[in-house]
Design a protein around this ligand. Structure first.
Ligand code: GLU
Length: 371
């Protein structure tokens, strides 16, 4: 039997608090079954990332905070306590299946600011390369109300687009999108497939979230917009059964949101289209050829540098005659780039005093003219 997950290589799975936590305790049997699904996917050679809610739900019980909405400081305190328990639950349940969990706590700024974005991405990437499963949550203890995701649906979407994932799975207590909120509308029709998130689709989402989870259908649709625009497919399914991912793979009830483009193209569009450049790198003919054949830009091929850019900024890539070759996100600040330009990557550590990245602009962070 073919699995509906076969074609996806990098999968972000977002799990809502209501699934993970019951009466202030992790739902261990459910979590164990989910971990079986994750282990099965990794055994098929897929990369899996988990975006896990539950810190506040776990911590509020321990701190005996009252039911109902919490004040900001209370949720921060609850998250401080609950995140420890959450990380332990993941580490144990994945560990029991031979998988290593790596905890990543991010704030909105980590995904919005280019420098920090590149840092977060490279840490997660390294974890994946080392075969670990990143377990990601918002850093609720330091996030304040103005600068936070607040819901893990959108955080999941940001993580998925940041990592160029091809699938985002939202597991929660709803089984997908209906033409109207089903609780109030007995005639609401279930949608299996959403080709594009139009204003009509947005209007179908009611606003309800439950007491434990912040995100209702609206934040899921917001997440869908972020994900699909960047080329990531999104699927919403209920986590109310054991082995929810296996269920999706076998064609169980779910709403699939189709991507607008493939992630690489969307990312390149983002690099080439929407960013202001902060400077330029002039490269030699050999490097131009290397770039055109799909390679990264190494310091050795860089002849001259212009501008006061910082690591993570977009710069213009110029050929030997000053012609525009493309754009990319540079891996070094201008003064460092200056020092290693024209040098072999193996010398970087000796020159700068630390082992920086081998490439001045990584292939994935580059969009060439006409690409
Ligand atoms: N980051 C929150 C937590 O761990 C969850 C946010 C959400 O419910 O989406 O408790």
């Amino acid at each position: 039997m073919t699995s509906r997950l076969d074609r996806y290589r990098t999968i972000v799975v977002k799990i809502g608090s209501a699934l993970l936590v019951e009466s202030g305790k992790p739902r261990t049997e459910w979590l164990a079954a989910l971990a079986d699904d994750l282990a099965a996917l990794t055994a098929e050679g897929k990369q899996v990332l988990v975006v896990s809610s539950g810190a506040i739900a776990l911590g509020r019980q321990v701190l005996k905070l009252p039911k109902g909405p919490l004040r900001l400081e209370e949720s921060q305190a609850a998250a401080a306590v609950g995140q420890i328990a959450l990380a332990r639950a993941w580490s144990e349940v994945l560990g029991a299946r031979g998988l290593t969990a790596g905890q990543i706590l991010v704030t909105l700024g980590d995904t919005e600011e280019r420098r920090r974005y590149l840092n977060a991405r490279s840490t997660i990437d390294t974890l994946l390369k080392l075969g670990a499963v990143p377990v990601i949550n918002e850093n609720d203890t330091v996030a304040t109300s103005e600068i936070r995701f607040g819901d893990n649906d959108r955080l999941g979407a940001r993580v998925a687009t940041m990592m160029g994932a091809d699938l985002l799975v939202l597991l929660s207590d709803v089984d997908g999108l209906y033409t109207a909120p089903p609780a109030q509308n007995p005639d609401a029709r279930f949608l299996e497939r959403v080709e594009r998130i139009t204003p009509e689709i947005e209007a179908m989402a009611g606003s309800a979230g439950s007491e434990l989870s912040r995100g209702g259908m609206q934040t899921k649709i917001e997440a869908g917009k972020i994900a699909t625009a960047a080329g990531t497919t999104m699927v919403i399914a209920s986590g109310h059964h054991l082995n929810p991912l296996k269920r999706i793979a076998e064609g169980g009830k779910a709403t699939w949101f189709l991507p607008e483009a493939n992630p690489v193209t969307a990312r390149k569009k983002w690099i080439s289209g929407t960013l202001e450049t902060r400077g330029s790198l002039m490269i030699d003919a050999g490097a131009v050829n290397a770039l055109r054949s799909g390679k990264s830009l190494l310091p050795a091929g860089v002849r001259a540098i212009e501008g006061r850019f910082q690591r993570g900024d977009a710069v213009t890539i110029l050929g030997p005659k000053g012609e525009v070759i493309g754009r990319g996100l540079v891996a070094y600040d201008a003064p460092e780039a200056e020092r290693i330009a024209g040098r072999n990557s193996a010398e970087i550590e000796a020159i700068l005093g630390y082992a920086g990245r081998a490439a001045m602009i990584h292939r994935d962070d580059m969009a060439l003219r006409g690409e």
